[in-house]
Ligand binder design. Structure first.
Ligand code: CTP
Ligand code: MG
Length: 231
């Protein structure tokens, strides 16, 4: 059976969220946000362990070495999300093979459901390239002018919002992120790095509840949904 590890980038500063403590460490129901994220990944039997890129001298990282009986390895992340993920890929155990799939999942996305993760793994591991969770755009899209007025309405057909986890093979993803770095292209997700290589990752429709915590309102929503789950 192929190995399956997760890389969970957590080296961001959370500038849009604000505050002293980076958002991935804010307590929700007595545990830091990232504990909920790791628990959501580890809920799937196939996920063996996680590498967590954190910022250098990160005093807030809880220094776990395992959670739910699965190994957690920390490494030093980078100045961009892509650099952090690349550091995480390098820090994977040596016995994770070049063609083994790796899940990359934002530390700031704690509300991933087991159903979505299962879907992604079932569809993605049968795809030659890999897959990402995503959702079709439902709102009407407007292009703004410099004055804040509407210049145009953009067609939303075939437009999707990219979520994580994103599932790719260890070596292919490493090469793709390295190439983006070399070319000076800032990729905002792993799929974008793969697309630059001429590869076409699969879109797997996931739930809107797998939102990213960006602002305090998002955190309030997660706390609410978690409380509902535990009622
Ligand atoms: N991330 C990372 N390394 C970076 C930047 C981001 O590991 N240099 C991680 C964040 O910790 C987060 C995920 O990538 O788990 C998604 O990034 P985002 O939501 O943008 O978090 P931040 O970059 O921390 O927030 P902001 O952009 O508001 O500063
Ligand atoms: Mg960011």
């Amino acid at each position: 059976m192929a190995r399956l590890w997760a890389v969970v980038p957590a080296a961001g500063r959370g500038t849009r969220f604000g505050g002293e403590l980076p958002k991935q460490y804010l307590p929700v129901e007595g545990a830091p946000l990232i504990a909920h994220t790791l628990a959501a990944l580890f809920a799937h039997d196939a996920v063996e362990g996680a590498v967590v890129p954190v910022s250098e001298n990160d005093a807030d990282w809880p220094r776990w070495t395992e959670l739910a009986g699965k190994p957690v390895l920390a490494c030093v992340g980078g100045a961009s999300r892509a650099a952090s993920v690349l550091a995480g890929l390098h820090a994977l155990p040596d016995d994770v093979r070049p063609d083994d799939f790796v899940l990359v999942h934002d530390a700031a996305r704690p509300n991933l459901s087991l159903a979505d993760l299962t879907q992604l793994l079932e569809r993605g591991r049968n795809d030659p390239v890999g897959a990402i969770l995503a959702a079709p755009v439902r709102d009407t899209l407007k292009r703004a002018g410099d004055d804040g007025g509407i210049d145009a309405t953009e067609p939303r057909e075939r437009l999707w919002r990219a979520f994580t986890p994103q599932l790719f093979r260890r070596l292919q993803l490493t090469r793709a992120l390295e190439s983006a770095t070399t070319d000076g292209v800032e990729v905002t997700d792993e799929a974008m790095a793969m697309e630059r290589q001429g590869l076409r990752p699969l879109l797997v429709e996931g739930s809107e509840s797998n939102f990213k915590i960006t602002t305090p309102a998002d955190l309030a929503r997660f706390a609410y949904e978690l409380a509902q789950r535990h009622r």
